[in-house]
Design a protein. Structure first.
Length: 210
């Protein structure tokens, strides 16, 4: 039910995007703050508090920067994160095999991790000519090789972001960061991959442009 609303806000940009980003920021900041008192170690409480204070606003700032670029990179990022999560889930379920980092997340497998990276790459190769058509006689600045590499980077950073929040939840001894979405946890559970991926992709696009 929320997917059409999110896509409408992401595609139209303007105030709908600002409202969506603002609501997501407030929810994630609240959920992060609610996890801190549940961490038993004082040093870890302070550490995770400082990380959250810097990381969450900076990740949203990076996502905002992506919305200022051509080709709606903020929308592409969302789609590739979803593709990565879906590919990781089904690859992990079908192939199985050894666990990736059981201390962080007991259900993730190496097979799922590979799927999380290959899924966005294959999807980008499939949609490239549609999303990045030729610009007259000019060469497209976003080559298929570049975008495939960016898709792989999104897959890797998304998985690392997911594992990082899983580690935070383990420290807080909770299954979910919140109960906003029944059966899916909180906003941070749904957007954990997007946060780090936004920072990494915005940094990559800045490096490409210089």
């Amino acid at each position: 039910m929320l997917i059409p609303v999110a896509f409408w806000a992401l595609y139209t940009e303007g105030w709908p995007l600002w409202v969506l980003m603002g609501l997501c920021f407030l929810l994630i900041a609240y959920e992060w703050a609610m996890l801190i008192p549940k961490i038993p170690c004082l040093k870890e409480k302070v550490g995770f508090s400082l990380i959250g204070f810097v990381y969450v606003p900076f990740a949203f700032y990076c996502y905002f920067l992506l919305s200022e670029l051509d080709y709606k990179f903020h929308l592409i990022l969302i789609v590739l994160i979803w593709v990565s999560d879906i590919a990781a889930y089904f690859t992990g379920k079908i192939v199985g095999g050894p666990k990736l980092l059981p201390k962080f997340s007991p259900n993730k497998t190496w097979a799922g991790g590979v799927g999380a990276v290959l899924g966005p790459v294959l999807f980008m190769l499939a949609i490239y000519s549609f999303v990045f058509p030729p610009i007259g006689d000019q060469a497209n600045p976003y080559s298929i090789t570049l975008m495939a590499a960016l898709a792989a980077l999104i897959g890797v950073s998304g998985q690392v972001g997911d594992l990082s929040i899983s580690y935070l939840k383990r420290k807080a001894k909770v299954k979910d960061t919140g109960s906003l979405l029944p059966g899916h946890g909180g906003a941070l559970d749904r957007l954990d991959s997007l946060l780090l991926a936004s920072v990494v992709v915005a940094s990559a696009m800045f490096w490409i442009s210089i």
